[in-house]
Design a binder for this molecule. Sequence first.
Ligand SMILES: C=C(C(=O)O)c1ccccc1
Length: 373
Amino acid sequence: MASLFDPISIGDIVLKNRVVMAPLTRNRSPQAVPNDLNVAYYEQRASAGLLITEATAISHQGQGYADVPGLYKPEALAGWRKITDAVHKAGGRIVVQMWHVGRISHESLQPQGGKPVAPSAIRAKSKTYLINPDGTGTFAETSEPRALELAEIPGIVEDYCKAARAAIEAGFDGVEIHAANGYLIDQFLRSGSNERTDAYGGSIENRARFLFEVVDAVTGEIGAGRVGIRISPVTPANDAFDPDPQPLFTYVVEGLARYPLAYVHVIEGATGGARDHQQGDRPFDYAALRNAYAAAGGKAAWMTNNGYDRDLALRTVESGEADLVAFGKPFIANPDLVRRLRDNVALNAPDQATFYGGGAKGYTDYPSLENVA
Ligand SMILES: C=C(C(=O)O)c1ccccc1
């Protein structure tokens, strides 16, 4: 029977425990370039079995929020190298979450101030984060997107490929493909955001086509053993919706089973919200999803996320329902979360007011147990 604190190998990556820091957008990398404050933040949390970075744009077009990092500028890759070196020196392992936001963007953030791109020209009822002229942050309505031309899609797949190669060269142990939370890949998957009538729309097979083109390209470029993928079957985040998610995501995981991936990362319920959130007329069956993956030959580690506390995380790994558990907000406020979970010590409460934007306050100033007298 495995414990949350046991080592595990996920693909080509060996982890010292099964406690994962979930991707957390913090909007503290101006010009999309990671900085020394970001180094301190990740280094502080290197006792995690695995750090998954905040969502990181694969291209300028893939950028949807102000001050999030990217993988498409040389100076950004130099910044990431400092982070991966610091995390490795502290004994950690780190993968970067590769992100294209699709329609969850704003014209002011897009190349030449153009429209964000999406499978279809359907505006999301969502917001993004901008920086005002005075330097303060603000949330703004996402812009009306334009539908991608068929001929544009291979170029975006290539952008994922280039970003994956750049990530490995920047010292990352691997990458996570962001296929969750209503961003570009998820926009293709969900019928609420994909009204295409070509080979990328309509049937489940067609709506999943882009996802598998990205998985195929990225695993071909850096090896499947360094690739994870994040999905969110029923999240309403960023106006994501599909009326029948079970067959859709069963098809997705059965396809993923063809690749010897490092892990599959599943957000259960509404991202950052109710674990029992439902889309469609029946509750989503996560056990059935994993069984379908295994039945199709899938052997990658199974990582779960959303609203886990210590007891649920311990039970979930001990029961074998999941191999790893990812924690988001608890890692914001507890750089030494692993020790606190292991020793059953009270957690610092996160300060929501400093989640997005700003500096060290609410970012690198949370106390570790060793700081506490
Ligand atoms: C990348 C995000 C995600 O995956 O939900 C995100 C972006 C902005 C705020 C919170 C989360």
